[in-house]
Design a binder for this molecule. Sequence first.
Ligand SMILES: Cc1cc2nc3c(=O)[nH]c(=O)nc-3n(C[C@H](O)[C@H](O)[C@H](O)COP(=O)(O)O)c2cc1C
Length: 200
Amino acid sequence: MTLPNVEMHVFETILARRSIRNYTAQKVDRTSVRTLLEAAVHAPSAMHQEPWAFAVIQNRSLLQQLSDHAKPLFVEELRRSHPQRTDHDLQSLTHSGFNIFYNAGTLIIICAKPAGSFVVADCWLAAENLMLAACAMGLGTCVIGMALPALTLPELKLELGIPDEFTAIAPIIVGYPDGETAPTPRKEPLILAYLSATDG
Ligand SMILES: Cc1cc2nc3c(=O)[nH]c(=O)nc-3n(C[C@H](O)[C@H](O)[C@H](O)COP(=O)(O)O)c2cc1C
């Protein structure tokens, strides 16, 4: 594996990562994608099952098509799970100009065969590895949970090259950030217990 030329300390990278929703037109090249996948597969996995598999989509018209399919399905799901939401609340999501991938040129979908109770956790650990590596390489990322309902559709999976027996778990857009993104504030850690050997 060729290591990317980065100098960020891991904690700096954790603090610098944020969800990026504005991208330049610059394409993410194959070598960079390969490095991101290498970072992903170095995540820990339960019983070292390494259940992940990846679909990389850099075809803009396919991404637009996926976005168009995903929006109504996501809104339907949101209406079901949050009946108090009004049409006004959902307006920005249904707007025809809104692309759920924020016009990013690359979508990486982390998939797995749903076997074993930790498969989903494994894939999200891979996702965070990928996003931190991307950040250290000057790339922006954002998880697009909105895409998931559409990614269960057999005809779309077929078009995206995801075999039927694989489930999409973590869709992540990747691209070069256009401008700065302010950090999202965090709550202080809620510590429920901190039992040290000297207490009691
Ligand atoms: C499981 C998951 C699903 C998400 N889905 C979306 C999404 O569909 N669209 C979006 O713009 N951001 C999405 N996000 C990004 C979150 O909104 C973001 O992580 C959160 O606001 C914190 O901001 P930060 O990532 O910049 O720290 C998702 C994040 C996670 C972990």
